[in-house]
Design a protein around this ligand. Structure first.
Ligand code: N01
Length: 541
């Protein structure tokens, strides 16, 4: 049993919720709905002042989906499908935030939601068969089951560059962008980081700033998003085909509408495969990434061919060959890291007010009162935009003091990298479920977490039907899943790259695989099998 603090022992005279969901993003809202529909007394706790999760915090200019709006949104509610109309194939952040608020209102979820409720600790209390959850405000809640829906990319990561507090200008992290207009016009602006967030914001900042300096550590293989508006006719067609679209999302590895082409690109002539790539390059969204030949993601020669094709595209779009060279990745091939989708990103570097600095050649040394100092010189800025991403997947768990049986902390349990059974539970942490946690996530996250949310709600209903109150996975089951997850990435092209999927975007972070490489259909099968076998790998009591 965890040692209870004085506040925990004197809390609330014993009232206990059936379930608490932590996190009011797209996954948490679905989990809340699933549990509420099954009659559980459930509360959702959200740290922010509004709902939306990443779509609440990431308000930076240019933030938008890069999977089709209707494949990212919910399928489970006919009312929502019927009543919500997307306006763009890849919706912008404000539209998605509005969508999630619409869902919360339409499905009457708000009465179960507590905003401004940052969870600071969650301690398992064996004698009560309950989690004791403490908020930053000091409020203490008890719940039989705890479900974390913290988001895989929600704890912002900052470069290990000293002196940010000395900088007298304005600075913002893309993942904590303020809820107001940030004035860029006529300003000297810096962006640090060129992942998906940097690639989305850079072209928009360049349009307004007096000067824009991009500090790039590693370039990425970006492909065009080719976004377009959705009119009433198209929306009606999407609604008509919604079941078919959903079924497609259930078959593809990433949960989207694009699945890999089974043909081998190596068995084609150069002209033939180029014709396919030309078509995919002009196609919307993830077509080039997820709808490409299967062999480019597993065969080094096939991967080298597509990589060379994209390098040529960059050279064709960037006027200065030296800048083009800097923008062409040399440390990884296409698809080894999650590629950003872009809208005019490469052409931005043809603008006279935009410059590119490689922090490999010229490392950042410190922020100063007036700008940024590198190993080569000092730059003056009015606004610094930090687009250095997130402490992916486990970062958000580390912000909460989670203690299980005998007071073991989750941080200690994961000291050598995350461990779990099915990405749903951790041994020694009974009645705690994760949706969108480590060792399960891949592809379009809502397509994954909807499966998990339904699974969790069905599991709790099963326990209730049997009059049981406790479920805990075993160390053996956890060992097996760990082996399955980690052996699934060994020898793949993705394993060779340094990316947030291994925590490598954060200096000093221990390298560990954080996702699930088996694809969503296999994952779905594995968790369904466990449930059908009477919750194999779990002890029920
Ligand atoms: O973060 P990232 P992100 N000095 O980790 C660089 C999703 N997403 O927020 O590559 C200089 O990808 C770092 O360099 P390196 C999507 O899944 C989706 O952009 O580590 N640079 C990298 O360039 C995405 O993959 C959308 O060498 C430093 C960048 O910062 C994920 O979120 C939009 C540095 C971080 O890139 C993360 O994207 C946005 C330093 N000290 C995000 N430290 C959609 O389109 C780090 N970097 C839906």
């Amino acid at each position: 049993m965890a040692d209870l603090t004085e506040t925990e022992t004197i809390a609330d005279g014993g009232s206990r919720l059936d379930a608490i969901v932590v996190g009011g993003g797209i996954s948490g809202l679905h989990q809340l709905w699933e549990l509420r529909e099954r009659g559980f007394d459930v509360r959702l706790l959200e740290a922010g002042s509004g709902l939306g999760g990443v779509w609440f915090w990431n308000r930076y200019p240019g933030a938008r989906f890069d999977s089709e709006s209707y494949t990212y949104g919910y399928f489970f509610s006919q009312e929502i499908v019927d009543e919500w109309s997307w306006t763009e194939e890849y919706a912008s952040q404000p539209e998605t935030e509005a969508y999630l608020n619409f869902v919360a209102d339409r499905l009457d979820l708000r009465r179960h939601v507590q905003l401004n409720a940052r969870v600071v600790s969650a301690h398992w209390h064996e004698e009560e068969t309950a989690w004791v959850v403490t908020l930053e405000s000091g409020e203490v809640l008890r719940t039989r089951f705890l479900v974390t829906a913290l988001g895989i990319l929600s704890k912002p990561a900052f470069p290990k560059v000293p002196g940010l507090e000395d900088f007298q200008g304005e600075w913002h992290h893309t993942g904590l962008w303020p809820d107001r207009d940030v004035d860029v016009a006529g300003k000297r602006v810096a962006v640090i980081g060129t992942g998906s967030s940097g690639v989305q914001i850079i072209p928009l900042l360049a349009k307004e700033a007096e000067s824009l300096t991009v500090f790039q550590r590693s370039p990425n293989w970006c492909t065009p998003i080719n976004n377009f508006p959705i009119d009433d006719v198209r929306m009606a067609d999407i609604r008509e085909r919604i079941e078919e679209i959903y079924q497609t999302t259930q078959r593809t590895p990433g949960g989207g509408i694009h699945g890999p082409k089974p043909e081998s690109s190596l068995e084609m002539t150069d002209e033939q495969r180029r014709a396919v790539w030309d078509e995919l390059y002009e196609a919307p969204g993830m077509a080039f990434v997820m709808g490409n030949f299967r062999d480019i993601s597993v065969n080094r020669e096939a991967n080298a061919n597509v990589t060379a094709y994209l390098a040529e595209k960059i050279r064709g779009r960037v006027n200065d060959p030296a800048i083009a060279d800097l923008l062409i990745p040399t440390d990884h091939g296409f698809g080894q890291k999650r590629p950003p989708l872009e809208n005019g990103y490469f052409e931005t570097y043809n603008e006279p007010n935009v410059s590119l600095v490689s922090t490999i050649d010229e490392p950042l040394v410190r922020y100063t009162a007036t700008g940024v100092e590198t190993s080569a010189r000092h730059y003056e800025f009015d606004l610094v935009v930090i687009a250095t991403g997130f402490e992916a997947v486990t970062g958000s768990y580390n912000t909460i003091d989670i203690r299980g049986v005998d007071g073991e902390t989750l941080v200690d349990h994961w000291i050598d990298g995350p461990r779990s059974y099915l990405g749903l539970q951790v041994s020694g942490f009974p009645n705690l479920f994760m949706v969108g946690g480590p060792q399960s996530s891949s592809g379009i996250i809502p397509r994954l977490t909807e499966t998990q949310s339904t699974w969790v709600a069905a599991c709790l209903a099963h326990l209730r039907d049997l009059g049981l109150t406790r479920i805990a996975t075993t160390e053996t089951a956890e060992d097996e899943w760990n082996e399955h997850v980690n052996s699934g990435i060994v020898g793949t092209l993705q394993e060779d790259a340094e990316s947030w999927a291994f925590g490598s975007n954060v200096e000093g972070r221990r390298r560990a695989y954080l996702l699930y490489a088996g694809g969503q259909p296999q994952y779905r099968e594995r968790i369904a099998e466990a449930a059908e076998a009477g919750y194999k790998g779990f002890d029920l009591g």
